[in-house]
Design a protein around this ligand. Structure first.
Ligand SMILES: C[S@@+](CC[C@H](N)C(=O)[O-])C[C@H]1O[C@@H](n2cnc3c(N)ncnc32)[C@H](O)[C@@H]1O
Length: 347
């Protein structure tokens, strides 16, 4: 075994610090998720506050409140000056619940569910099966049984689609298109933002019957009830409605490779000539070494789905090509965190 002394003698000055910090990086994640969970950033968006005020308002014990707040300063999500804490610009933009740009819905879901599931990683790596409680093929139906859980899950999806919809609205030329279908479009959040950005567009959301009521309620809130329709369907069994554009957002990664290919093959006949299919997910770089968040995302999907996984951009292009789409283009989303592959059908 190489000793520390031998390493020093050989002139090797290899710092162990990055490994040590990586080994406890879940501390950072959990501190952030807890701050979101208790609404700290929403509170601080109303105005800066002292530790004493935050202890009182957030119901924090004196033992570690200061450590918790200062750790968040060190993590660059809070600032501290003159004994008062305030949100960093990014935390203020994305973690204040009163703003439309809020991403915390998704983080709350991560904190409630995913954090626990990751405790089962060793076992899942050995068995190839999800963590206990996540091993059901009818995962969505089970999730939706509980009304509150259903709402929370959908809010988590919306946290992402608020942003993605605006990027898709700008990233594609919609002028020659009349309609789109959002397959697995949840309560229609992406569709509503897209329709609001391009008033000539009409949309259809395809999803499970459990989301019909939430869809109707959300369309009234968004003022898009006369432009977006809801179709109850099982996207593996039922014919998909026809449109110029079919969208599969955060759908393919929930399923295995054969099922992903099948879904895009099922989309092809529904896309009108000259139209396209848009597939977005947190896709992996083709060399499978750069996007740690996507590769770790595969492990996350191992833990919570029977067969899901992130997949490379090249793999996604092959789903589109095999289905019959004549060419593909890509669009980076969310500052490169996600990728949209667009498969074009011959006109
Ligand atoms: C991960 S969410 C994606 C929501 C949204 N498209 C987005 O971009 O975040 C998956 C969606 O697929 C729906 N879904 C799951 N299985 C389905 C099926 N067999 N047929 C239709 N919709 C389904 C779920 O209800 C849920 O709304």
């Amino acid at each position: 075994m190489t000793t520390t002394k031998e390493m020093a003698g050989a002139g090797v000055r290899l710092s162990p610090r990055p490994l040590i910090e990586l080994g406890v990086s879940f501390w950072s994640a959990k501190a952030l998720l807890t701050a979101v969970e208790i609404g700290l950033f929403t509170e601080l968006a109303r105005g800066p506050a002292t530790e004493l005020e935050l202890r009182d308002r957030m119901n924090l014990h004196e033992r570690s409140a200061g450590d918790f707040l200062d750790a968040l300063v060190a993590l660059d999500v809070l600032d501290r000056s003159d004994g008062r804490y305030r949100n960093s610009p990014a935390a203020d933009a994305y973690l204040d619940e009163s703003k439309e740009t809020y991403l915390g819905g998704w983080m709350r879901q991560a904190s409630r569910h995913l954090f626990g599931a990751w405790g089962g990683l060793t076992e899942s790596l050995r068995t190839g099966k999800p963590h206990i409680g996540w091993d059901s093929a009818d995962y969505f139906q089970r999730l939706y049984e509980d009304q509150e859980e259903r709402r929370r899950f959908i809010a988590a999806m919306d946290a992402m689609t608020n942003h993605l919809a605006l990027e898709l609205a700008e990233g594609l030329d919609w002028s020659g298109r009349t309609d789109f279908v959002d397959v697995g479009g949840a309560r229609g959040n992406l569709s509503a933002y897209l329709a609001r950005a391009h008033p000539h567009l009409r949309g259809t959301v395809v999803d499970l019957p459990e989301l019909g009521d939430l869809f109707a309620e959300h369309m009234r809130t968004m003022g898009t009830e006369d432009r977006i329709a809801f179709v109850t369907a099982d996207f593996f069994a039922d014919e998909l409605p026809e449109a110029d554009v079919l969208i599969f957002g955060h759908i393919l990664h929930d399923w295995d490779d054969d099922q992903r290919r099948e879904l895009i093959a099922r989309a092809y006949p529904a896309v009108r000539p000259g139209g396209c299919v848009i597939i977005y997910d947190r896709m992996i770089d083709d060399d499978r070494r750069e996007k740690a968040v996507s590769l770790l995302g595969c492990l996350n999907l191992l833990l919570v789905t029977p067969g899901g996984s992130e997949y490379t951009v090249a793999r996604c292009r092959s789903y589109a090509a095999d289905a019959g789409f004549s060419r593909t283009t890509t669009l980076p989303l969310f500052d490169g965190l996600e990728t949209a592959v667009i498969g074009w059908k011959e006109g």
